[in-house]
Design a protein around this ligand. Structure first.
Ligand code: NAG
Ligand code: NAG
Length: 283
């Protein structure tokens, strides 16, 4: 008994030591952030152990963990939700049920996950897309794309370009009642990079950065991609692209995915609100 207690105690101390992180002072709900961070670190440690034992690959372990957050396409009183595919690429469509006299705006939402993880099926993304559909009365299309390391770059980008081009065809827009002049391409984390790249390539082609449409960029202070975001803001501003830039001083990376139980941060909800309010005013 004493041996077991000692063992358990040592493992606990090891994990606590391994996962402790100094959190900047301005972070809201610091204990929740610490717990989420510790969860990530412990999962990473487990994934590394399992990979070293030859039991499964690092990303397979994470895919199993993330899979617990998967949702089915559940329609409700306001929205018809459909999982389908566009020429083999899986997409989830959110179609407002209410009849509308005029065409609706559309939002294409590309999920994050560092190019190796994630899906539109995950509860956080399903929730953001439902809220967007409801609050904007918009059609939302959320694609999945091939992930690394099974499918190396540029597979993810190719899939997104393909699916966006397919969606933007006149006959497809007409089928879903979408106004061709009111379409937004958005995403978070790696999905944000994909959204920016797809917009450049599909709609306006690379050589013409200045022709990019009105752009909303949300950067976070405590984010490994902060500087890339700020550089993009500067580049677009320099060529005269109209942008709205919001920098969140107490923001952390990927927080859009932390707005639903059990990883529920007020910050996540606040930033999603900002995104949807901006769309409501500008799309
Ligand atoms: C449906 O829309 C109504 C009116 O906007 C809203 O009050 C209600 O909560 C929505 N239902 C769901 C399931 O989101
Ligand atoms: C992009 O646009 C330029 C100027 O209109 C054109 O010369 C070029 O071929 C286009 N590139 C692609 C990849 O479509």
């Amino acid at each position: 008994m004493r041996y077991k207690t000692l063992c358990f105690g040592s493992i606990f101390i090891f994990l606590a030591y391994h996962s402790y992180v100094a959190i900047p002072e301005n972070i809201e709900e610091p204990w929740k952030v610490r717990i989420i961070d510790a969860g990530m670190k412990i999962s990473s440690l487990m994934a590394t152990l399992l990979e070293n034992m030859g039991l499964m690959k690092f990303e397979e372990f994470f895919a199993i963990l993330m899979g617990f957050q998967d949702t089915k396409p559940v329609s409700d009183e306001n929205i018809t939700v459909i999982d389908t595919d566009f020429s083999g690429i899986p997409v989830r469509l959110y179609l407002p049920k209410r009849k509308s006299a005029k065409q609706r705006p559309a939002v294409i939402y590309i999920h994050g996950g560092a190019y190796i993880l994630g899906s539109f099926k995950m509860l956080p993304y399903d929730s953001v897309n439902r809220w967007t559909t409801n609050k904007l009365d918009a059609v939302v299309m959320a694609p999945d794309y091939r992930l690394a390391p099974q499918h190396l770059f540029p597979a993810a980008l190719e899939d997104c370009i393909f699916v966006v081009k397919l969606f933007l065809q006149d006959k497809v827009l007409a089928k879903y009642g979408v106004d061709p002049t009111r379409i937004c391409i958005s995403g978070d984390s790696s999905g944000g990079t994909l959204a920016a790249t797809v917009t450049q390539l599909v709609c306006f082609n690379d050589s013409q950065l200045q022709k990019l449409p009105l752009t909303y960029i949300l950067t976070c202070e405590h984010d490994i991609l902060r500087d890339d975001g700020l550089i993009y803001v500067t580049r677009l501003t320099n060529v005269g692209v109209p942008i709205t830039h919001e920098h969140i001083e107490d923001g952390i990376h990927g927080v859009i995915s932390f707005a639903t139980a059990p990883f529920h941060l007020q910050l996540g909800l606040r930033l999603i609100d900002k995104y949807i309010i901006w769309l409501k005013e500008n799309l």
